[in-house]
Design a protein around this ligand. Structure first.
Ligand code: ADP
Ligand code: MG
Length: 692
């Protein structure tokens, strides 16, 4: 990333640049991602302990943390009920037992009879009466003053004591200047304290601090830190966005020669949302810098035709376009669909997948390398080495969340002539607005918020495993009425072999239970041509029932299938269930999705089934999913290359997002040096991969 100003002085991220921290300590700190004093300044407490007050022993409440001070009355090692160190402490109000199951000889010395000590920990009624188990001990002189602030408790790691961490943080706070980088007017408008004040409120809250608002992170000091964190995320993503706009891409103007021909020949009219998406993409493609657009639309919203029109716009300009899909089945389906649409226009589409015969593959490669064919569809085989697109103008990634950053980058790198291709990412995982505004701030987003007309809603049923026979009867009825059914076998994460075995058994039992009906089976271990023959037979109606593993999860489109049975639905994630259910309801027939589940249900399993039962709207499901799993898992942020948020919570702190976005724009224009320093403060070289 380019810097407009010299890097800040405290750039040092090397362990050597950290005085007083030896290699062993440095290694422990690194586990917490703490690599320089600046990082410790932003290592914020999880919670606080109140050691500013003493509680008389008699007044200590059961279960609550308390600090007591008293004199050691007895201290001994007992062997029953087990070996432990047991001390009795007395203050003016009563006595209390403290015990340790693990202890050092030095502890015994600290607790010599007659010594005055302070103990901190939760008090419980126990075997010996009121007691503290493993309290913190602090020998004191009579009348020793109490701390003048709440004691912070930091996230730590095995072998790194709170006391050591506290000391390190204290030292860092004393050496790293708490520079203010945010404009006063903005702080005032948002009611946020200065950075220095926020730091001191969080690391050293005064005794009268509002401990509750500190702990639930609603305190203005927390809001200040969360705002900065969100701001930095926006800065880094907007920088990436702006950097890409300085790159060159071929300007692909829409002539209408092929695009209009396809529109004229489609058996349907575009929905309003599709027409809008096509317009936005057409505008991007005509610009001389690369498009970076995410096309987001719920399962069945019709993204493929939007992709096809974009590809044709490239072809109208004599440039190549590719569409990459995550599975063989989906890639082949796309290829067939595109071929059916484009053949009549005289436009040829190449198809590349890892499993095609070498001879066929070489022939496709030669056609692409010669520029003789402009459009290609495939799996990640498209980004492998010998594959070349001399005139790549547009790269489309379907189900983009299934690919990592590196794969998306590799696709982009296929562009030659010193030009970057335009990129269109497509996803059926609807992203809640707050997530889109944060993790996807470097993309332009188009949402298909409308389904094609004439779809009948899918009815979802929850059925226990014990009633399987009724479900089989339902399959029989649906097929007798001329419909088709999917039967999805359980996900067995621990063992692919077991998953395969279950699929084969299910196939056999269903074949036996449904005489007269044709049952097919697809799973990941089949050879590609077997898989594709089975899919083709199902699509053509030659098979009534398709038993499948999750290989059919994404994208598969067979409108006559109206019944989906998912076994052990409780094991699937919400996005997966929504995707699977979306395989039906694509035609005009009333569709049903049966979720078979086995008891007992885990709490999370139950929560997921409830969500999928109650909601059909992908956005609502995504919102719930985000709530259950958190954003890191949700967007696959770990592999997205975007720095994760440590403190800000996109649901709770949504109100900070818009001002953070606005300020990021303003800073990048008017105060790029301050933007640099802020990014260094929070990321310090950890920006990670910029996204493809
Ligand atoms: P997804 O967004 O899930 O990828 P698809 O592109 O597979 O959806 O489209 C789902 C189905 O809807 C396909 O059979 C497609 O041909 C059909 N379709 C797409 N757009 C329209 C439309 N405007 N009107 C009617 N059917 C449509
Ligand atoms: Mg699709």
């Amino acid at each position: 990333m380019k810097r407009e100003s010299p890097p800040p002085a405290d750039k040092g991220r090397t362990p050597g640049g950290w005085p007083g921290v030896g290699p062993q300590l440095a290694a422990q700190l690194a586990k917490l991602d703490l690599r320089r004093p600046q990082d410790l300044v932003l290592h914020l407490p999880l919670r606080y302990e109140d050691e500013t007050r003493l509680t008389p022993i008699a007044a200590a409440r059961n279960g609550a943390d308390a600090q007591i001070e008293g004199v050691v009355e007895s201290c001994e090692i007992t062997l029953r009920p087990r070996r432990q160190l047991v001390a009795r402490i007395r203050d003016a109000s009563g006595t209390l037992v403290a015990r340790w199951l693990n202890f050092y000889p030095s502890q015994q010395k600290q607790l010599a009879i007659g010594r005055r000590v302070r103990l901190f920990g939760p008090v419980r009624g126990g075997f010996f009466g009121d007691e503290m188990v493993h309290p913190r001990v602090h020998p004191v002189a009579e009348g020793e003053p109490l701390p003048d602030g709440l004691t912070p408790v930091y996230p730590t790691t095995a072998g790194l004591a709170q006391s050591a961490l506290r000391k390190l943080v204290g030292r860092a706070l004393a050496t790293v200047p708490p520079d203010e980088h945010l404009p006063d007017d903005l702080l005032a408008a948002l009611g946020l304290p200065a950075f220095a004040d926020a730091l001191s409120a969080l690391h050293h809250p005064p005794p009268d601090a509002d401990a509750a608002s500190l702990e639930d992170r609603e305190h203005p000091a927390w809001r200040r830190m969360k705002f900065e964190e969100l701001l930095v995320q926006q800065l880094s993503l907007r920088r990436a966005y702006n950097a890409r706009r300085t790159r060159r891409a071929p300007a692909l103007h829409r002539t209408g020669r092929l695009t209009d021909a396809l529109l004229a020949q489609l058996p349907f009219a575009l929905t309003g949302a599709q027409a809008r998406a096509v317009g936005e993409i057409a505008g991007d493609l005509a610009a001389p810098h690369p498009m970076q657009r995410l096309l987001q639309g719920d399962v069945g919203s019709g993204k493929t035709v939007v992709a096809a029109l974009a590809m044709l716009q490239a072809a109208e300009n004599g440039m190549q376009a590719v569409l990459m899909a995550p599975t063989e089945i989906l890639a082949e389906q796309h290829w067939k669909k595109l071929a059916a649409w484009l053949d009549p226009l005289g436009v040829d589409v190449a198809w590349l997948s890892g499993s095609r015969k070498k001879r066929e593959r070489d022939a496709e490669l030669a056609r692409l390398a010669g520029g003789g064919v402009l459009l290609a569809v495939g799996t990640h085989a498209l980004i492998e080495d010998p594959v070349a697109f001399p005139r790549l103008g547009l790269a489309i990634v379907d189900e983009q969340h299934r690919f990592g950053v590196r794969q998306r980058l590799a696709l982009r790198e296929k562009g030659t002539l010193g030009l970057h291709p335009h990129m269109l990412m497509m996803s059926a995982t609807p992203i809640p607005r707050t997530l889109a505004m944060s993790y996807y701030a470097d993309l332009d987003v188009t949402v298909l918020d409308e389904l094609p007309p004439g779809r009948s809603p899918i009815v979802t049923k929850l059925v226990t495993d014990a009633r399987r026979d009724e479900v089989v009867a339902r399959v029989r009825e649906a097929c007798a009425a001329g419909r088709q059914a999917y039967w999805v076998c359980p996900l067995i994460e621990e063992s692919e072999a077991l998953q395969l075995q279950t699929a084969i058994e299910t196939f056999e039992t269903l074949s036996a239970a449904l005489p007269g009906l044709k049952v097919g089976l697809v799973h990941g271990r089949l050879k590609a041509d077997e898989k594709s023959a089975t899919m083709a037979a199902f699509a053509a109606g030659a098979l009534h029932v398709l038993v499948a593993t999750t290989v059919i999860e994404v994208g598969v489109d067979v409108p006559n299938a109206s019944l989906m049975v998912i076994e052990h639905a409780e094991r699937f994630g919400l996005a997966q269930l929504h995707q699977l259910r979306g395989r039906v309801g694509r035609g005009t027939a009333e569709s049903v999705c049966v979720l078979l589940y086995a008891k007992p249900l885990s709490e999370n399993g139950r929560a997921r089934l409830k969500v999928i039962f109650e909601h059909t709207d992908g956005f609502a499901i995504a919102r719930e999913d985000l709530r259950i799993r958190g954003p890191g898992e949700f967007v696959g942020a770990r592999q997205s290359g975007v720095p994760l948020l440590r403190y800000a919570d996109l649901e709770r702190d949504a109100d900070l997002l818009e001002p953070a976005r606005a300020l990021a724009e303003r800073m990048l224009k008017d105060a790029p040096a301050a933007a640099d320093r802020l990014m260094d403060r929070w990321l310090g070289g950890r920006e990670g991969l910029l996204r493809a």
